[in-house]
Design a protein around this ligand. Structure first.
Ligand SMILES: Cc1cc2nc3c(=O)[nH]c(=O)nc-3n(C[C@H](O)[C@H](O)[C@H](O)COP(=O)(O)OP(=O)(O)OC[C@H]3O[C@@H](n4cnc5c(N)ncnc54)[C@H](O)[C@@H]3O)c2cc1C
Length: 344
């Protein structure tokens, strides 16, 4: 039996696994994909993420960065054409390489990494959790505590709570071409004509990334082509070719920013818990919640108190600054755009 099983080797899972392995616990880190794996993402690490990563994982290697290495901040244009420029240096990374590095760090700390293995379901028993895993066959592993960090489409959460899905779907294309927008910034457009959520432009190496977020997946290509026409007319975008397209999902955050921290001995962190900041920034809260969940697990072991209430209460206490941060960020966005006024 493992002390802890962490499901999902994204930023939340790698943080939880590394913290717990560093503290000497027996950790199994289960990842559905083979690493390095793709994760649809703009790959911007904001200052808050960089600080935590440097503290916990060490210097971010140049090999995971793409050009421009430094992201100078974000420019948000609302439905009235007003622009809000936030200057703050971040880093521009390829998620596949960045997450691979995080997973390697968790492994080096002593976590057992099991790739190409899906967690299908968790069942809480008297003093452990039984987890059904699937690789070439279906089998059971046991852990005293589970931290589910399996992303926005969390299988584990769906299985336990049977709640209806609430996603934002994203569609982005990686193109060659030119555009009269500053490549050093991430540009977000909130005009409802261009997307049902936001539309964005950023640069990774020599590729222009154009993306839209929608509630109805059937409309993603229609909005994307509208966005392209807009960029063409307003910023002289000339697209020569598209080398890749990607569909992704994010949790749909609702008023009050409710999160779901788990049940009993099964904690959720990252997007599985519904953490997501405006304009799709989620790495910082994934890291923070992975950290806070790990600290809650550590204190359960230290006090030998695995009671349902104690574990979730400790996690809730640890994570409250992050919840406040998330709520503040959404309130700021609500003040900038009527599209997000429901988040006030
Ligand atoms: C288009 C787009 C752009 C974005 N841009 C940014 C950005 O620039 N900056 C930023 O901070 N955030 C960005 N985000 C958000 C960010 O990607 C997420 O918030 C962040 O990755 C969440 O981390 P996580 O660890 O919770 O989940 P994930 O990173 O999604 O990791 C979950 C992991 O769990 C694995 N998994 C899933 N199911 C199972 C299972 N059943 N068993 C085992 N493993 C499983 C997955 O393969 C994955 O590796 C963006 C999101 C999208 C969609």
């Amino acid at each position: 039996m493992y002390d802890v099983m962490v499901i999902g080797a994204g930023p939340a899972g790698c943080m939880a696994a590394k913290r717990l392995a560093d503290a000497g616990y027996g950790v199994l880190l289960v990842e559905r994909m083979s690493i390095p794996r793709e994760k649809s993402c703009s790959g911007i690490l904001i200052k808050k993420s960089i600080k935590v990563i440097k503290n916990e994982f060490g210097k971010i290697p140049d090999s995971v960065l793409c050009k421009p290495n430094i992201s100078k901040g974000i420019v948000i244009t609302n439905e009235k054409g007003q622009t809000f420029k936030f200057e703050s240096d971040g880093l521009n990374v390829w998620r596949s390489l960045f997450d691979e590095w995080l997973a390697l760090k968790a492994q080096n700390a002593g976590a057992e990494l099991r790739q190409s293995t899906s967690a299908i379901a968790c069942a809480e028993k008297h003093d452990y959790v039984s987890v059904k895993l699937h690789d070439s066959e279906i089998y059971e592993e046991k852990a005293r505590i589970v931290v589910a960090c399996d992303g926005a489409d969390s299988n584990i959460k769906r299985d336990l709570f049977k709640k209806p899905k609430n996603y934002v779907f994203t569609y982005q294309t990686f193109c060659r071409g030119t555009i009269d927008l500053d490549h050093d910034f991430f540009h977000a457009f909130l005009d409802p004509q261009l997307s049902q959520y936001d539309a964005w432009f950023n640069v990774k190496d020599d590729l222009l990334i154009l993306g839209v977020g929608v509630k109805e997946p059937a409309l993603m290509k229609m909005y994307h082509s509208r966005f392209l026409s807009f960029l063409n007319s307003q910023f002289n975008a000339k697209i020569e070719s598209c080398v890749k397209e990607e569909v992704g999902i994010m949790p749909g955050v609702t008023s009050g920013c409710p999160v779901n921290l788990g049940t009993g001995r099964i904690l959720f962190a990252g997007e599985a818990a519904n953490f997501l900041n405006p304009i799709g920034e989620g790495i910082s809260s994934a890291l923070a919640s992975g950290y806070a969940a790990a600290e809650a697990v550590k204190s359960a072991y230290k006090t030998n108190n695995f009671s349902v209430k104690s574990l979730i209460d400790t996690y809730n206490y640890n994570i409250s600054p992050e919840k406040e941060y998330m709520t503040r960020q959404w309130t700021i966005l609500a003040g900038m755009s009527s599209k997000f006024s429901y988040m006030k």
